[in-house]
Design a protein around this ligand. Structure first.
Ligand SMILES: Nc1ncnc2c1ncn2[C@@H]1O[C@H](COP(=O)(O)OP(=O)(O)OP(=O)(O)O)[C@@H](O)[C@H]1O
Length: 633
């Protein structure tokens, strides 16, 4: 299978993109002193590393050159720096001195290397944690439309892989890049200092090899990607056949599947063999040119040793420095592709950070007396269409009213707009025209979190978060006392089954915990809503029917929950809402009729028709298969 690494987008590097990406450097600002210290350490560690070949060369010269000192061979009319260089070129150290110098150099280099790794990782980790916090906060506070338009997988990938890519860039690639630059500059200075002529010869070869390597390398990587794609195809076939093994066997098409699989396997073989030709040529070329260049430089260098213009130690230094320079060139190709990936990652992160979130509170909500709701709600000629489907009007001039403590049932055919009414009530979307008033006031008069805090929503499909039952009941109110949680559970008819678990309220639920039944999950959600103690309640009644005992427990819990609050019940089974204060029948986004059950049954409207239909349906579905069999007979 193609690795995720290869699938990351590579984008063109432009000055504009680089400049924009640097905007994210604002996250490094709080740690700038450490960052600068890390950069200095990178420079110093690159410099101290470069002293190693110098001392090694001098060590070799200690064995071969006898007694000549720089003092006897001063450079005429040069600046201090140059004359220092000249002195260094001719200085002669004893074998022991060079060993000692190497150990001093290694000691200092160890410290700088340690500091550079430590400091950069610290800066990278901390600034990335800040960035993660901002991205996550921005994503969570985005309006609902954002979530309906984006796939959840894509969002989590942005938080994990894109940010990790940026983190790698800050704590690793950036250091490598800077170290590369320093090594290149210092290495080039050294080789020119050792022997300018030899340096020029070397330089005429290395970049050519490096360029060919980069160009060829890219071509070969492209071919390798093709192999990976073909491998992915063949593993897809394997997956597909095992997944549909019953169909394969039932249709006796094993032979066909094997043929299909072999086709992809041989396609991989063909592409790989073609690749091998290019890779072989590439490897041979590299071996020939690198070793050829080395041999040529050595040949030239040895000739210089012969005529006395170079020492053996100097040639050794030169060769090692050349390897540093060549290696750095080669490393840049990889860094370049890292940079491309990082730019792709920064682009999507910046897009999120630029997005406009809702002004939700980022701390526990407290409600001022003037913002406390008594529970009256009015929809006044509300029209709405979803931003993702602007051509379809979902609500049209919808008006309805609920007085404090009233129980309103919303009924109507599938797709009528019932859930949409609930979403607008929760301020997930804004109406296109008309308004929704809470206690006669526009929602803009309340901070959005204060408003939502006084509403509770019990959805059809209850989602429990990974954690204990206690945490799930106290969701949104972590400060609630154990007593309050238990009381809520008792009112929700949940205490009985929770108490039966060995770990009671500490029982872990969710993906890694125990699995609760549909009815149990619902009662936990009801306990959650009871603990929240909202003024307005929205219940999306579960469509999947529970067994009658469980249903009775849930129904009872719901009655407890609805007591004393305004409730909107999206009803799917009409039998449960007969006692509602008002039943609002919605069809095609408008209120078709409303009244009590008795009033609506007295008129020949949609409610009565739905009721009759459901009654028939219930009679049929509630009869047992045995009954059905008997009826057929
Ligand atoms: N996020 C969305 N984006 C676009 N259109 C949507 C979205 N959610 C719902 N709709 C559309 O809005 C209309 C009303 O949907 P809504 O979910 O409010 O109906 P409903 O009465 O609750 O139906 P049901 O009883 O089947 O749940 C439907 O046509 C639906 O396709």
């Amino acid at each position: 299978m193609a690795s995720a690494e290869n699938r990351k987008p590579r984008i063109k590097i432009t000055r504009e993109r680089l400049r924009e990406a640097f905007v994210l450097f604002a996250y490094v600002r709080p740690y700038r002193l450490r960052f600068i210290a890390a950069l200095v350490c990178i420079a110093l560690s690159a410099f101290t590393t470069s002293l190693f070949p110098l001392f090694l060369g001098k060590m070799i010269d200690a064995a071969t050159v006898a007694g000549t000192t720089a003092a006897g061979n001063p450079a005429p009319s040069m600046g201090t720096f140059m004359s220092l260089g000249e002195k260094l070129r001719h200085v002669h150290w004893s074998l022991n001195t060079t060993l000692m110098l190497i150990f001093v150099q290694l000691g200092v280099q160890t410290i700088f290397s340690f500091l550079r790794v430590y400091l950069l990782t610290e800066v990278g980790e901390k600034s990335l944690a800040d960035m993660r916090k901002d991205v996550y906060t921005r994503l969570l506070t985005m309006p609902m439309t954002f979530f309906t338009e984006k796939r959840v997988g894509e969002l989590s990938s942005r938080i994990s892989s894109d940010l990790s890519q940026i983190q790698d860039a800050v704590s690793f690639s950036l250091a490598e890049f800077l170290r590369g630059i320093f090594t290149l500059i210092i290495g080039l200075c050294f080789i020119f200092w050792i022997q300018p002529k030899l340096a020029l010869i070397m330089l005429s070869v290395v970049p050519v090899i490096a360029l060919v390597a980069v160009f060829f390398g890219r071509f070969i990587r492209r071919l390798a990607r093709k192999v990976q794609d073909q491998l992915a195809d063949s593993s897809n076939i394997v997956q597909e056949t095992f997944h549909g093994i019953t169909v394969v066997k039932a249709f006796t098409s094993e032979w066909w599947e094997i043929k299909r699989y072999l086709q992809t396997v041989y396609a991989v073989v063909d592409t790989s063999i073609t690749n091998a030709r290019y890779r072989g040529a590439f490897v041979s070329f590299m071996i020939f040119s690198v070793f050829g260049a080395m041999a040529f430089v050595m040949w030239y260098g040895v000739r210089m040793i012969q005529d006395g213009s170079l020492t053996i130690g100097a040639l050794t230094m030169f060769v090692i420095f050349s390897m540093f320079v060549g290696g750095t060139f080669a490393g840049f190709a990889d860094l370049f592709s890292q940079l491309q990936k990082t730019l792709g990652a920064t682009e999507s992160i910046r897009e999120i950070l630029r997005g406009e979130g809702e002004p939700v509170a980022l701390h526990p909500v407290t409600i001022e007396p003037e913002h406390r709701l008594s529970g009256s709600v009015r929809f006044d000629h509300v029209a709405f269409r979803y931003p993702s489907r602007p051509d379809i009007p979902v609500l049209r001039q919808l008006s309805l009213e609920a007085r404090p403590g009233e129980q309103i049932a919303l009924v109507g055919p599938s797709g009528a707009g019932k859930t949409t009414v609930a979403s607008l009530l929760l301020q997930f979307y804004q109406p296109e025209s008309g308004e929704i008033l809470y206690d006669g006031k526009a929602p803009s008069r309340f901070p959005i979190s204060v408003l939502r805090h006084q509403l509770a929503f019990v959805p059809q499909e209850v989602i429990l978060f990974g954690g204990s039952i206690r945490e799930n009941i106290a969701y949104g109110h972590p400060e609630a006392t154990d007593e309050a949680v238990e009381n809520a559970a008792k009112k929700a008819n949940a205490h009985g089954f929770i108490d039966a678990f060995p770990e009671r309220y500490q029982t872990i639920v969710g993906e890694r915990g125990i699995k609760l039944s549909g009815g149990q999950r619902q009662r936990i959600a009801i306990a959650r809503a009871i603990l929240k103690d909202p003024a307005i309640l929205i219940l999306d009644e579960a469509t999947s029917s529970l067994d009658s005992e469980s249903e009775q427990l849930v129904q009872e819990a719901l009655e407890n929950l609805m007591q004393g609050r305004t409730s909107f019940v999206i009803a799917h089974r009409l039998s449960t809402i007969r006692n509602a204060d008002r039943i609002v029948v919605i069809d095609k986004g408008i209120v078709l009729e409303q009244g009590t059950h008795a009033e609506l049954m007295a008129t020949d409207g949609l409610y009565r028709r739905l009721n009759d239909m459901q009654f028939d349906f219930d009679v049929v579905t509630q009869s047992t298969p045995a009954d059905a069999g008997r009826e057929q007979e």
